[in-house]
Design a protein. Structure first.
Length: 158
C-alpha cells in the first residue's frame, strides 16, 4: 500500500483534508453502484487503510467502508489494535462499524454526514471505546449530497 501523508495546507484543516480522501473512496463506491460511503484510517498523518462499500459486489452485508478500511489498516500495522489511529468516514458509522471500532481500539472517529436513521449515535453512543474521541459534521454537505444523489438516481431507475 502506498502511504499518503497530509502536507500542511493553510486553506483546510487536517480533518477536512482527510475527509476529502474518504470522499474519494465514496465516489469509487458510487461509480460501482454501491451506497457511496468511503473511509480511511490515518496514523501519524499517513493514510494506512482505505475502503468503500462493497456490500453489493461481495453480497456481504458486513462489507461496509469502515470494515474495509479498518481491516486494511490492521493488516498494514501488523496487529489487531489501531491505537493512535483516526477513522475518517463520510457517514456516521452504524452500530456494527462503531462496535468494530471499539474492538480495534480506534483513538478517534471523524465522520461527515449524520445518519439519523441508522447511525450509532441515535442508537447508543457508548458502543465505541470509552477513550475514542468522536467528531461529526466534517464536510457534511458534500458527504450528504453524494448519498442523496445516489438514492435519487435509484428512484429514477425504479
Amino acid at each position: 500500500m502506498r502511504y499518503i501523508s497530509f502536507e500542511d495546507e493553510a486553506s483546510i484543516s487536517p480533518d477536512e483534508y482527510f475527509m476529502g480522501e474518504a470522499l474519494k473512496e465514496a465516489r469509487y463506491a458510487f461509480e460501482e453502484d454501491e451506497i457511496p460511503i468511503g473511509a480511511i484510517v490515518v496514523y501519524n498523518g499517513r493514510i494506512i487503510g482505505r475502503g468503500h462499500n462493497l456490500t453489493e459486489r461481495l453480497n456481504d452485508v458486513s462489507a461496509h467502508a469502515e470494515m474495509q478500511a479498518l481491516t486494511a489498516a490492521a493488516n498494514l500495522m501488523g496487529g489487531k489494535y489501531l491505537q493512535g489511529c483516526t477513522l475518517y468516514v463520510t457517514m456516521e458509522p452504524c452500530v456494527m462499524c462503531a462496535g468494530a471500532s471499539y474492538w480495534f481500539q480506534v483513538s478517534k472517529i471523524v465522520f461527515g454526514a449524520y445518519d439519523n436513521k441508522l447511525g450509532f449515535g441515535r442508537i447508543n453512543q457508548k458502543i465505541t471505546h470509552p477513550k475514542t474521541v468522536i467528531t461529526g459534521g466534517i464536510r457534511e454537505a458534500e458527504c450528504s449530497q453524494l448519498v442523496k444523489d445516489f438514492f435519487k438516481g435509484k428512484r429514477k431507475k425504479g
